[in-house]
Design a protein around this ligand. Structure first.
Ligand SMILES: [Zn+2]
Length: 170
């Protein structure tokens, strides 16, 4: 069993040692106090809680490549809505997303070319029309039969250049 790679995580562990000195959220529970869940991309430019003026304890954050609604997102939303106080869901893809610039085959080809690995067994869920994909995803959540009926679902695009959230009619 390999040891934890301390050397490579030195900055992470060190920052955490500083973090715990000022830590003040230990009274929070896992219930989303503001009743919100955000589904967004893994893009490192997005700080989801800051975007909507919230902090730890307020909202559930689900992230994956492209902010797509997958089986695992639906599974998590079911738990979040029945057990963890979520009654509104925001699907939040963003501008300049690599997952919304082209076709599935392009990304497989890129990885093949640069790393000589065939990833075609995976579905990356790349989209060429971001608004269309968002509409599909929002409606997939809205119509998911296992989801709590009173849950409100909206879609909005986050602009990574300005920080602005633009609601989309889905
Ligand atoms: Zn993205």
């Amino acid at each position: 069993m390999p040891d934890f790679p301390y050397e490579l995580f030195k900055d992470v562990i060190s920052a955490n040692n500083d973090f715990i000195k000022g830590f003040e959220h230990s009274e929070l529970t896992g219930v989303a106090q503001r009743g919100l869940a955000i589904v967004t991309c893994m893009d490192s430019r997005i700080a989801p809680l800051s975007v909507v003026g919230m902090g730890p304890g307020d909202a559930k954050i689900l992230r994956n490549a492209g902010a797509r609604v997958t089986e695992d997102v639906l599974r998590t939303l079911v738990l979040a809505t029945y057990l963890l106080g979520v009654d509104r869901i925001l699907i939040m893809p963003h501008t300049n997303c690599r997952m919304a610039m082209g076709e599935e085959e392009d990304i497989h080809a890129l990885i093949q070319r640069e790393h000589s690995v065939d990833t075609r067994g995976l579905e990356f869920r790349i989209v060429s029309d971001q608004i269309k994909a968002l509409t599909t995803d929002v409606n997939r959540v809205r119509s998911y039969p296992l989801l709590n009926k009173g849950v409100i679902v909206g879609g909005a695009i986050y602009d990574v250049a300005t920080g602005k959230l633009t609601p989309v009619d889905c």
